[in-house]
Write a protein that binds this ligand. Structure first.
Ligand code: PMP
Length: 450
């Protein structure tokens, strides 16, 4: 056993973290990260014995919960057998992970390019599309998150892009459906769908279809708000891409592998892309892994011509072992079905009931094990509880509601004026009920803030 005898209390761990760890997305002097001592199933806990019901699945990646014994054992077994080998070799566990992913992904996606996470998958998918089409630009939603490297951050439409935007990206943004705050002044889902597609068609026409390599979209939008598209939208996007020779990329990094109650979110509408990016749920994040699933249209481009790109750790054996074990456990234990059932029978109806009781809730949306509560000051005007891209004092009401959850042992995600609720896909009904009871109390705190 590795001994870290000098790091045995939460205070020691936090002090050591603050001494040398540089955290993402943060002003380094403004943060005080929670020291985590352990985790199992749907819970993690700190050094003081406080347990948290994990309705974040961390960053929406522990789809089969923490410390699943089959995945832990698979990683241990692989570490004992072959810790690492370069991507240029053929390895059983990598081949098997690719086979299982290819079997689950929609359409003709049959070849898997492995990366270490979602951002790299997006970078490579876009590169493949640009090479295949010889075109320079990429369409992406304003309400989107596609990563944070210098290329992918420009595709990301939400405010986190601003700090890094060089204004020279080749990204072109459009508005996707969002009926609650319709950019198109639509009154129902069908009208929102029709107008969103007309808007997209116009953006394509004005940009010049011959300049657009790809369109990247999250089939259910994740970080930027948990937006489930109206029926017909993804099929309409597919049709527009086909008409103009634009490569369609589904970014399923957050919503793939069971999150929405299907293996892939796009399965709900039976629409397949040319390329699909994945990460997170593929192995529940036990070892970093992501990738691009590639169909014939792009695959054939690189059959004889070399693909210019690669990564030292592409398809790392430990990560692939975790993926094989995760996908097998998900299938054997009915994890995807569980997420669908929990969404339809418990989370959906119970969150709707909470919204009835709490005036701070403007809208409930989501599916499977992936939901958002959009919080408002006034249900009539729909004024958001905190302004768009609020920071500091302006964001304080959300901080208070999040703290009302965490102090009662529930860990949700607070994002903008929303609470995102994403328990593990194998969450038990009793755990969901426990979380909902805490949420009920926290929303009462929210009601007092409006
Ligand atoms: N795409 C989507 C849809 C995501 O949700 C994320 C991460 N939240 C990414 C890409 C980037 O993935 P990673 O952080 O693993 O690089």
């Amino acid at each position: 056993m590795m001994s870290l005898a000098h790091l045995t209390t939460g205070a020691e761990v936090r002090a050591a973290d603050r001494a040398h760890v540089f955290h993402s997305w943060s002003a380094q002097d403004a943060i005080s990260p929670l020291p985590v001592a352990g985790a199992e199933g749907s819970y993690f806990w700190d050094y003081d014995g406080q347990r948290y019901l994990d309705f974040s699945s961390q960053l929406v990646f522990t789809n089969i919960g923490h410390q699943h014994p089959r995945v832990v054992a698979a990683v241990q077994e692989q570490a004992g057998r072959l810790c690492t080998i370069a991507p240029s070799f053929a390895v059983d566990v990598r081949a098997e992970a690719a086979r299982l992913i290819a079997a689950r992904t929609p359409g003709d996606l049959d070849k898997i390019f492995f990366t270490n996470g979602g951002t790299e998958a997006v970078e490579h998918a876009v590169r493949m599309a640009k090479i295949a089409t010889g075109r320079p630009k990429v369409l992406a939603g304003y309400r989107s998150y596609h990563g944070a490297t210098s290329g992918s951050i420009h595709l990301t439409g939400e405010p986190r892009r601003w700090g890094a935007d060089t204004g020279m990206s080749g990204a072109v943004h459009f508005f996707a459906p969002y009926l609650y705050r319709s950019p198109f002044h639509a009154v129902d889902e069908a009208q929102e769908c029709e107008r969103a597609l007309a808007h997209l068609a116009e953006v394509i026409a004005y940009e010049g279809p011959g300049t657009l390599a790809a369109l990247i979209i999250e089939p259910v939008i994740g970080s930027a708000g948990v937006h489930v598209p109206p029926d017909g939208y993804l099929a309409g996007v597919r049709e527009l891409c086909d008409r103009h020779g634009i490569v369609l990329i589904f970014d399923e990094v957050m919503v793939g592998f069971g999150r929405t109650g299907a293996w892939f979110a796009s399965d709900h509408w039976g629409v397949a892309p040319d390329l699909l990016t994945f990460a997170k749920g593929v192995n529940s994040g036990y070892v970093p892994l992501g990738g691009v699933a590639i169909g014939e249209r792009i695959g054939s481009v690189f059959a004889e011509r070399p693909y210019p790109g690669g990564l030292t750790y592409s398809g790392h054996p430990l990560a692939c072992a975790a993926a094989v074990a995760t996908m097998s456990a998900m299938a054997d234990e009915g994890v995807v079905e569980n997420a669908a059932r929990v969404g339809a029978d418990v989370l959906g109806p119970e969150l709707a009931a909470l919204a009835e009781r709490h005036p701070v809730v403007g809208e409930v949306r989501g599916m499977g094990a992936f939901w958002a509560l959009e919080l408002v000051r006034d249900r009539e005007t729909r004024e958001p509880l905190v302004p768009y891209a609020a920071a500091g004092a302006a964001a304080a009401p959300m901080g208070k509601i999040a703290a009302a959850c965490t102090s009662r042992g529930l860990w949700p995600i607070a994002a903008g004026n929303r609470l995102h609720l994403a328990p593990p896909c194998n969450v038990a009904d009793a755990e969901v009920k426990e979380g909902l009871a805490v949420l009920d109390e926290a929303l009462s705190v929210g009601d007092g803030l409006i």
